[in-house]
Structures are given as structure tokens and as C-alpha cells.
Design a protein around this ligand. Sequence first.
Ligand SMILES: [Zn+2]
Length: 239
Amino acid sequence: MATKTIERESLCPLEGFDRKQRLIRVQPCHTIKGDYTDGVIRPVEKVVYYYIAVCEKCKGPLVYAAETDDVKNNFAKAELLYPPLRKLPENIPKKIAKYYEIATHAKRRDDPKTFAMNIRMALEAICTNLGVPDHNDGGKGFKNLGPRIDELAKKALIPNYVQEMMKDLTAGCNFGAHDRPEDERVDPAFCSMIDDFFNAVVQMIYVAPKGLKEFHDRVQAAKRQAKQRKARQRSNVKY
Ligand SMILES: [Zn+2]
């Protein structure tokens, strides 16, 4: 396949900047998947095309995946597989996801100050989203993030342990957000801890409650089905 002249301009996750990326190879991969429609398993052949590219600046490898070998039209739209880019789950409010995206790009390019500031802004956006805006946005005199987090817990919008986690995160990010002596700036090695901790907070607020409800509903439905099956079996028994 002639791939030498096909390029895209997008984020190089290895550096955290937009870069020109050149496609160097397309590798089709044939797999057999199961189609489970109507409870019957039918094998379905699927082809995934792996687009292997190189960043023109750092020369690092990038791997994308797509369902077509029409690279000219699809290289720019293909999904990045490597290096993996940490993203928040789909149902997270857009503003929070955007701050997090900016933060992760900053982390990649070793800019802990921008990283910490954007994680802090994401925490502020969580407060607004859950119903405690700041004083500029209709909040009752809440100028600082700490009291807004406390208000979330007071209104039982978050559990107490999430309140503690959010306040620790705020303190961690404050090292990077203020004009303080160099030794109080956020340590780049500390960024990964803040990143993991922020993801845990997001999971507990936006993901776990929804997942728990879905799981509960599923268990209840399975219980009902089992009960109906038993009742049917009983009615079929002949004496
Ligand atoms: Zn690069």
C-alpha cells in the first residue's frame, strides 16, 4: 500500500503537542467474533486495520485502528491505540472532561503547573455540576473551593470520604496554582498520584452510582426470571 505521503496533524501523546504524523504502514488483522443475537452464536469475520505512523518531530511510534483500509479518508479519524491516552468515561460532563484533557496533555509535556491548575478547575467544575457554583455564578458567597466541597458533603451530594479526597486533591493542586517559592511547586512525580486520585473521585461521583444501579437492576431481573422458570417447572410436573 502506498502510504508514504499520507499525514495527519494531531496531538502527539508522546509529547503533548500537536504534531505532523506520517503513516508508514497499514496492517490488516482478521479476527473471528461471535454474534450472539437471539442467544445463538454465529461466527462473524471482522477485519481491523492498524495504521502505524511516526511523529515527524519526536520520531516516536503511534498506532491507530480503523475498520477500513481507505487510509486517505480515515487516517485523521482513526482511533489512537498507542500510546494509550487516559480519558474520562463518556458520560462525564463535557467541561470536566475538557479540563482533564488539557491537564493530561500538560502532564505529557512535563508542565506540572498547567496540569495542577486544570485538575483544580475540573474540581471546581464538579462542584458547579453537582449544584454548588461559586459566588460569580450564583453560589451563596462561596469564593473558595474548600467551602464548596464542604457544602456538597453537607447537602449529601457526595459521601464524606469523597469530600476528604477532593480536599486533599485541592491541597495537592494548590502547590502548582500559586506564586510560591520553588520548593512548594507541584513535583512532576506527584502528578501521577494526583491523576490517579482525580480519576478515583470521578469514578465515585459519576461512574460507580450508575454502575451499581445497572448491576442491581440486572440481578433483580435475573432473580425474577429464575422464579418464573421454577414456577413453570412446577406447573409442568405431572402427578
Ligand atoms: Zn512526537
